[in-house]
Design a protein around this ligand. Sequence first.
Ligand code: ADE
Length: 249
Amino acid sequence: MLRFDILTIFPEFFGAVFDYGIVRRARAAAFVEIHAHDLRAWTTDKHRITDDRPFGGGDGMVMKLEPIFAAVEDLTRVGSSDVEGSNSQKRVVLLSPQGRSLTQSFAADLAMNAKQIVLICGRYEGVDERVAAHLVTDEISIGDYVLSGGEPAAVVLIDAVTRLVPGALGSETSAVNESFSDGLLDFPHYTRPPVFREMTVPDVLLEGHHAAIAHWRRRAALLKTKRNRPDLIERAALTEEEKAWLDEN
Ligand code: ADE
């Protein structure tokens, strides 16, 4: 069982997002549990304030650190939240555009090794830096763009991790052949009809010659990766023949 605890000032944001598809099934089968907590529950002042003006001046507000520290300590304390396991099985993730990029291998590491993941969703201009420096195990960004808060990023991370929890996908092998598992994008997929408005399906896929299909798929994945994500080609493990072929195509 992997437990996610989301810390947010908008717990209602997560209303139904985890009620569909693989995440829904993984929850129903008790592979994962997902809880959204209102950060204001850990404030101690009358107005339940979670943000304040930045030291040094400037625009915008900064999320205060005391409620965040109190919440994380509460949720990860031994005996609380039903989570057993060593400290290394408890991860505390801050979602922020300043984080390391979320990757398939990071998601797989969490899915295989974590028992509890606390997700801190920042808002406003940012979160007091002492949270990133002294409280979290990982500061993670889901891409080079700025969201208005960490909540959508938490949904993305939970989805990416949950489908890699052993058993959650149903057929254990389905995640093995997909995009990024070998550092390349996935190959193109087709289904019926074979012709639609003169748009055809590659003949090789209709002929049932398995080795030829595997060869076509590998080449199509290479081409698509070169076109859409040349940065991935640089790092992929390619044979000399594949490199030569890509140079010509
Ligand atoms: N919060 C705001 N932007 C974000 C991003 N790109 N990734 C993660 N959290 C964020």
